[in-house]
Ligand binder design. Structure first.
Ligand SMILES: Cc1ncc(COP(=O)(O)O)c(C=O)c1O
Length: 378
């Protein structure tokens, strides 16, 4: 099945009792058994829920996996991945990881004995040398948030596989429409489905997708035993959002290209970060592993004072100043004080995340209006 067909049909059957074309919201906590153990595959709703099952089947298909496991947020999904490790194990990750992912690794799991190291993974040949005796997981985010760096998934996962190290790819920024990390050798794909997958800024949700039965079983155990499961209404909203994933991401990517090129030519802009530029350091890898360059664009101003950035951040009308990304509406954000505030300033500056960096999540509006909005405040 092609992607555009999968988003609409995978995992979704008309409801057998009514013929309803939309998967019902099974708002129930438990299921009646005819006799002890004689049930229809559903016992208790933390463990299974039919709305969640439909969504999990759909997500597994979108990422070419065998199993998807859904969580109440992207960070709850990350939490389950980390619980595959033991105290003393190390995660090796990118040095401009999403701030919330970094915070969980360092501040929640650090005191429990998890070690984490953040390196420049953009030259894949450096990754092998960085692996230490305790490295048990490599955590890739690509494109990264907010610097839009690209990691060569195939090259890094090949190194990891040789060394028996699990790889997780946070695919939130690309979405399954643009990139399928399991096909490139990753063990686990993570999404904050809050973003492109949900796509309408109305739900917080996370998922993991795998194509290994043993890993799926371990993650399902953690999902049930730790309990951070999504409610059926949230699963319904995500499943509904997915039906237009391909259309939304395609339009958002087209808009982002126009905006990235407009900003690059603007006299007040010093730098634009977007992997579609031929001069982006990993443009060739983006071209190889993605089917489009994404709809996130970051930029810095020539006047790199906080005041200048603030004028832009509070001057737009169509780009709403808000955290998050991947919805139909365009957002503007200030990573240093918003999404990445939990990363120490000196660490942020090392990767180019300056106080004046501005991040755009380009939506699906008419791009002429979006450009006019930026033009007016620049
Ligand atoms: C790349 C990335 N991964 C993970 C997360 C966490 O997801 P959630 O907010 O759904 O917990 C985010 C949230 O912004 C993100 O941007």
């Amino acid at each position: 099945m092609q992607f555009a067909t999968k988003v609409i049909h995978a995992g979704v059957e008309p409801d057998p009792s009514t013929g309803a074309i939309m998967t019902p919201i099974f708002q129930t906590s438990t299921y009646v058994q005819a006799a002890p153990g004689d049930h229809k595959g559903y016992e208790y709703a933390r463990t299974q829920n039919p709305t969640r099952t439909a969504l999990e089947t759909n997500l597994a298909a979108l990422e070419n996996g065998t199993d998807a496991i859904c969580f109440s947020s992207g960070l709850a999904a990350q939490d389950a991945c980390i619980k595959l490790l033991q105290s003393g194990d190390e995660i090796l990750s990118v040095n401009d990881l999403y701030g919330g992912s970094y915070r969980q690794m360092v501040r929640v799991y650090g005191p429990w004995g998890l070690k984490s190291r953040y390196i420049d993974m953009y030259d894949a040949s450096k990754v092998e040398a960085a692996i230490g005796p305790d490295t048990k997981m490599i955590w890739i985010e690509t494109p990264t948030n907010p610097m839009l760096n690209i990691v060569d998934i195939e090259a890094v996962t090949a190194v990891a596989r040789r060394r028996g190290i699990l790889t997780v790819v946070d695919n939130t920024f690309a979405s399954p429409y643009l990139q399928n990390p399991l096909d490139l050798g990753a063990d686990i794909v993570l999404h904050s489905a809050t973003k492109y997958i949900g796509g309408h800024s109305d739900v917080v949700h996370g998922c993991l997708i795998v194509k290994n039965a043993e890993l799926a079983q371990r993650l399902r155990f953690l999902q049930n035993a730790s309990g951070a499961v999504p409610g059926p209404q949230d699963c319904f909203l995500v499943l509904r959002g997915i039906k237009t994933l391909h259309l939304r991401v395609q339009r958002a990517c087209e808009n982002a290209e126009v905006i990235a090129r407009y900003l690059a030519a603007h006299p007040k802009v010093s730098k634009v970060f977007w992997p579609g530029f031929e001069q982006h350091p990993n443009h060739a890898i983006a071209k190889k592993q993605m089917r489009g360059f994404g709809a996130m664009v970051s930029f810095d101003l020539k006047d790199n004072s906080l005041e200048a950035a603030n004028r832009v951040l509070s001057g737009t009308h169509l780009f709403s100043l808000a955290e998050s990304l991947g919805g139909v509406e365009s957002l503007i954000g200030h990573p240093a004080s918003m999404t990445h505030a939990s990363i120490p300033r000196e660490e942020r500056l090392k990767v180019g995340l300056t106080d004046s960096l501005i991040r755009l999540s380009v939506g699906v509006e008419d791009v002429r209006d979006l450009v006019a909005d930026l033009e007016a405040c620049l």
